[in-house]
Design a protein around this ligand. Structure first.
Ligand SMILES: C[S@@+](CC[C@H](N)C(=O)[O-])C[C@H]1O[C@@H](n2cnc3c(N)ncnc32)[C@H](O)[C@@H]1O
Length: 269
């Protein structure tokens, strides 16, 4: 695990951050004391939190395979990408569609620091990492590295996996997602996962309280609220379902063991 002295420049390690907590649950080393403390508090409320992080990554892999396979998509925009690690968008596309162009966006500078190291090892330039804020979709899409790397005349696979819960209602998350969806050409697909109180309200409220104590926003949303993110795009089978039940390789014993809704939809036309 990383210690305070090893923090890349410009990173405030005294407050927990979701990218680093997620990294902690996935067994990574890009996390600090504050991230581990809040990570453990979440784990006390939801002992299966590590499984949930892994299940999100597995969903991400299945969604990308669907987009690249049936969807024929060769460009991906992953917003809230997290610290580069096994099973992420860069590594999955490298296997299933190595001719893809990938833009990974995150607002945590630690993601940039790790991505820079990764890209030095993998100089082919098919993946770029961009520091930008989901809450400003216009600026994000106009960012020179986003606009320069992706061709918005051809279908895009948009990934919003385990990120929208970090936007408060006041941040207008539905308008934000609608702005992104509007910018995508027909044939594009979007994959969304979102934590919910629908499966285990008590455990999820404990997590929300722990997040607030750690100065972190975490807004669980209902199935209806999550479904609204997809707008008028056509939901692919099986629709908005528990994330473990979205086209699983093996049917899970209890698909509601990860308290997340997930779905993939396609822009018609
Ligand atoms: C829980 S992690 C999810 C990582 C990855 N999508 C996955 O599911 O494996 C959420 C990520 O969203 C990023 N994030 C949070 N708020 C953001 C914002 N406003 N704009 C861009 N990224 C954001 C965090 O830094 C973090 O890396």
């Amino acid at each position: 695990m990383t210690d305070q002295n090893a923090a890349p420049a410009g990173i405030d390690t005294s407050v927990a951050h979701s990218a680093r907590m997620y990294d902690y649950w996935l067994g990574g080393s890009s996390n600090f004391e504050a991230d581990r403390e809040l990570g453990k508090a979440f784990e006390t409320a939801i002992p299966s939190i590590r499984t949930m992080a892994r299940e999100n990554r597995r969903f991400l892999g299945r969604a990308i395979r669907q987009m690249a396979g049936e969807g024929g998509i060769r460009q991906f925009l992953d917003i809230g990408t997290g610290v580069p690690a096994a099973g992420d968008t860069h590594s999955v596309t490298e296997i299933v569609a190595p001719d893809s162009r990938v833009v990974c966006v995150d607002n945590d500078p630690i993601v940039q620091a790790h991505a820079k190291a990764l890209m030095e090892k993998s100089p082919e330039g098919r993946t770029v990492y961009v520091q930008a804020d989901l809450r400003k979709p216009g600026e994000l899409l106009a960012h020179p590295e986003v606009a320069g790397h992706l061709d918005f005349e051809r279908p895009v696979g948009l990934l919003l996996v385990a990120v929208l819960m970090l936007l408060k209602d006041q941040d207008r998350p539905w308008a934000t997602v609608a702005a992104l969806l509007d910018a995508m050409p027909p044939g594009s697909q979007v994959a969304i996962t979102h934590p919910t109180q629908d499966f285990n309200p008590e455990a999820m409220s404990e997590v929300v309280e722990a997040a607030a104590r750690g100065q972190m926003t975490l807004v669980p949303r209902t199935r209806a609220q999550v479904s609204e993110f997809f707008g008028d795009w056509e939901l692919l089978e099986p629709g908005v379902v528990p994330v473990m039940g979205w086209r699983p390789e093996e049917p899970p014993a209890d698909p509601r063991a990860a308290y997340y809704w997930g779905g993939v939809a396609r822009k018609k036309g």
